[in-house]
Design a protein around this ligand. Structure first.
Ligand SMILES: [Zn+2]
Length: 268
């Protein structure tokens, strides 16, 4: 059963990943992503259904556009496969070790949509240093929807809800104050408004302990990413996208928050 649903998750992960990549690209380019048809980025030719099969059509056409012969960016298969991997890991992580056994399927969908939001804002932040409000709003609506559902199903009580709202607000406020303080001292912007809102959003999902761990982990990952970027891209711009580090930390903590919390509570 686990294998069967795992394979389903992989297939849907690929399709969902392809869609999310398009959403990210259209947001950055200011295109309508609800109605606009998919088209080749070079010649503008509309793509048929068979051109839209993730990864496979890329392989079949040897990475070139069927109409104009221009190379298709490797971004498509890379993002599609990345989201496939993220989806399958999320599925296995929640089904094997997820909290609240009775509602693991529900948890999976809740975090899958969150992962989708994190994925889109990672792509837009990497490309244009922008974390779109619409994507953060989607993450917020998702949290509200599942929180109401889980409260109705008596998975959580109202204290849980209150605790998570306070955690989100607190981590958002803390990062805002820190960013203002750093800006005052250093004299230039340290963190974008999008980053701060992203912290607040993930604080809602992760709760109090998770929010601490999020700040910690994202700073470590941010330093590693910044260092790697400097090494790999010669003359990389001074502006650094911090969103991917926060997003990846949030994704990791979906699984590991309770283990990390248990681990360090032993030292208190
Ligand atoms: Zn073309």
């Amino acid at each position: 059963m686990l294998v069967y649903y795992g394979v389903c998750t992989a297939v849907f992960g690929l399709i969902f990943g392809s869609f999310l990549n398009c959403v990210a690209m259209r947001i950055v380019r200011g295109e309508d992503f609800v109605h606009g048809r998919s088209h080749c980025m070079s010649c503008g030719h509309e793509l048929s259904a068979s051109d839209l099969i993730p990864v496979l059509s890329f392989l079949k056409n040897k990475g070139k556009c069927r109409y104009c012969g221009q190379r298709v960016s490797a971004r498509y298969p890379v993002t599609e496969l990345s989201f496939l991997i993220l989806s399958v890991l999320l599925y296995l992580g929640i089904m094997i070790a997820g909290p609240e056994e009775s509602i693991r399927e529900l948890q999976f969908f809740k975090y899958w949509i969150l992962t989708g939001c994190l994925f889109v804002l990672t792509l837009t932040d990497l490309e244009s240093f922008e974390i779109p409000n619409g994507v953060l709003a989607a993450g917020l609506i998702n949290w509200i929807f599942f929180t109401v559902l889980e409260t109705v199903l008596r998975v959580h009580n109202l204290w849980w809800v209150l605790h998570h709202i306070i955690a989100g607000t607190a981590v958002g406020a803390a990062m805002l104050i820190m960013s203002i303080a750093i800006t005052r001292v250093v004299g230039k912007d340290s963190m974008g408004g999008g980053d701060i809102k992203l912290y607040a959003l993930l604080g809602l999902y992760l709760g109090y302990a998770g929010a601490y761990e999020l700040v910690f982990l994202s700073c470590i990952l941010g330093l590693i990413f910044a260092f790697a970027r400097k090494k790999i891209i010669a003359g990389a711009s001074k502006e650094f996208p911090f969103g991917p580090a926060i997003a990846l930390s949030g994704y990791i903590l979906i699984f590991f928050e309770r283990y990390i919390t248990e681990w360090y509570l032993r030292f208190l």
